[in-house]
Structure formats: C-alpha cells, structure tokens
Design a protein around this ligand. Structure first.
Ligand code: NDP
Length: 278
C-alpha cells in the first residue's frame, strides 16, 4: 500500500516540500506519496486525528502550526520543546512523535558547506522561530558562544534566558541589533541572519543589509542568511563584496527535509536529487 506523507500548513500551496520528498521517494523506488495538506488553524486538532485514523506515515508542519502541534502529539523531543516548534511528525506504531529538524538542518547545511562549527563564536540576528532553531542547532553542533541580537533587546535577553539551560555548555548572550558592539563583530566567526528583514530584496532589505557593519567581521567569518527568497540576499551580496564566505538558506531547507526523510524511511536521503527538486 502506498505510504502517505504530507505537509500541514495554511497556506501551503507555496511549499517546496512535496516536490523535494516525491523526488526522493521516486529515486529510491519507494511506494510513497507526499502531499500538501491545507489546514486552517482551528482544524489542526481534527487534522492530527485524521493522520492517526488514516495511518499517515509521517508529516511536516509549516506556518502557522509549528507551535500548536506540541500539545497535540503523544511525545515531543527535547530540542523541539526548547525551540517551541515541531516541524516533523514521526509515527511510532500508533503514537505520533514530534521532532524539530530545522535546528540540525542548519548545522548540517553549514557543515556540508565546509564550515567547522566546533568552538566557533556566532552571532544570530533575530528572535523569532528561525532564530530559536538556529541557536539550538548551533549549540548542538559545538558552537562555543552565541550572541543573540534583537531589535528589541528584551526579547533577545528573554531568548537567551529560555534557551540557556538547553544549550549548555554553549554560552548565550543578548545584544541590541541596532547597536551591535564592534568588539562582538570583530570576534565573530559566523553570522546567521535569522530575521525576515532580507525577504523580498526590496529597499527595506537593502537598508537592513547596509545597517550591519560587515566591515568589522574578521576576514575568515562566514555569513549565512536563512532567507532563501531571494537566494542571494542583500546581506549575502554585501558579505561577498567584502570578501566573506556566504552560505544560503536553501541548504537549511534541504537538510531539514533530508533529516525528516531519514527519520521516516530509515534510509539515507538522496541529497543531490532533493536539492535539484528544490
Ligand atoms: P518570525 O516571524 O517568527 O520572526 C521574524 C523575526 O525577524 C523577528 O525576530 C522580528 O523581530 C525580526 N524582524 C523582522 N523584520 C525585521 C527588521 N526589519 N529588522 C530587524 N528585525 C526584523 O519568522 P521566522 O523566525 O519563522 O523566520 C524568519 C525568516 O527565516 C523567514 O523570513 C524565513 O524566510 C526564514 N526561514 C528559513 C528557513 C530555512 O529553512 N532556510 C526556515 C525558517 C525560516 P520582531 O519580533 O521585533 O518583529
């Protein structure tokens, strides 16, 4: 019988996950199908009940369901609880388990790009869901110190407080995005842009990129923007012009999907085929 997988979202038509996973299933000759599942927020509990009834083999979740899912599953992994978001549902017999592959997906994306994370000092811009996943993912991969920069400093401080215990021994600090200390930038090996400010590449995105003092970063620093529309954001273009290495956000999307695929099928994900499908 064909195994059914899907992505729960609202809206969900834009999602690239069906193309990516169906290409992977076809490449490995698996009898499986991955479909978009358009679920309004009020119907999420009924949708989870339907996954159980229909024996759906596994699922992903995207906006706006990642947080609400936590209360609806049988068990949620510690990293997903710390991040406050589930992006992958794994079936274990009759039980539905919640995981978050965004965090490890970012770490893998950087590692595949040749960035050795152990012992690094990182700066994460933003305090939303992507920033939370980035902090947990980088800490889990051995980053030594992470500064979280928010346009509201109290939010960055709150995040550092909330994630501190989960991320130990990695040390978390908070700072003001509008006043990044030059000494912090000078000691930064990796800058992760996790706000939505570079989305769309309009005048605001250009102004945001220009406001980050990339000239203060050391020459070996890597700049990764989690936004992948456009693929080469204004911040990445500015970093390249300064001679810094950049990593795009599509890698995180690919690797979070690959990690989910591996959890569901127990098989290594065909990365190149999935990348091409994206
Ligand atoms: P959220 O809406 O949860 O958070 C957005 C964050 O961006 C908030 O901290 C917000 O600050 C900040 N922000 C927005 N505009 C500005 C600005 N002009 N200046 C400074 N800060 C700003 O979104 P997510 O965290 O879920 O996602 C952020 C981006 O990351 C998305 O645009 C998405 O494209 C990308 N992403 C990529 C993924 C990947 O796989 N590559 C996965 C998930 C997300 P405030 O709270 O003050 O409003």
């Amino acid at each position: 019988m064909t195994a059914i997988y899907g992505v729960l979202g609202w809206p969900v038509a834009h999602s690239r996950s069906p193309a990516m996973h169906n290409a992977a299933f076809a490449a490995l000759g698996l009898d499986a199908l991955y479909v978009p599942l358009a679920v309004p927020p009020a119907r999420l509990p009924a949708a989870i009940a339907a996954l159980r009834t229909l024996d759906v083999a596994g699922a992903n979740a995207t906006l706006p369901h990642k947080s609400a899912l936590i209360a609806l599953l049988d068990q949620v992994e510690p990293a997903a609880l710390a991040i406050g978001a589930v992006n992958t549902i794994v079936r274990d017999g009759a039980r539905l388990l919640g995981a978050n592959t965004d965090a490890e997906g970012l770490a893998r994306s950087l590692q595949y790009a040749g960035v050795g994370l152990a012992g690094m000092r990182a700066l994460v811009l933003g305090t939303g869901g992507a920033a939370r996943a980035a902090v947990v993912g980088l800490a889990g991969a051995g980053v030594e110190r992470i500064a979280i920069a928010g346009r509201r400093r109290d939010q960055a401080q709150q995040l550092a407080l909330e994630l501190g215990a989960h991320c130990a021994p990695c040390a978390l600090d908070a700072c003001d995005l509008a006043a990044l200390p030059p000494a912090l930038l000078a000691a930064c090996d990796l800058l992760v842009q996790a706000t939505s400010a570079t989305l769309g590449d309009g005048a605001d995105a250009q102004a945001f990129a220009a406001s980050i003092a990339l000239a203060e970063l050391p020459a070996h620093a890597v700049v990764c923007d989690l936004v992948y529309k456009p693929l080469h954001t204004a911040l990445m273009r500015a970093a390249s012009a300064r001679g810094l290495r950049t990593v795009d956000g599509l890698g995180m999307l690919l690797h979070q999907g690959a990690l989910a695929f591996e959890r569901w099928t127990g098989q290594p994900a065909p990365l190149e085929i999935m990348r091409r499908a994206l």
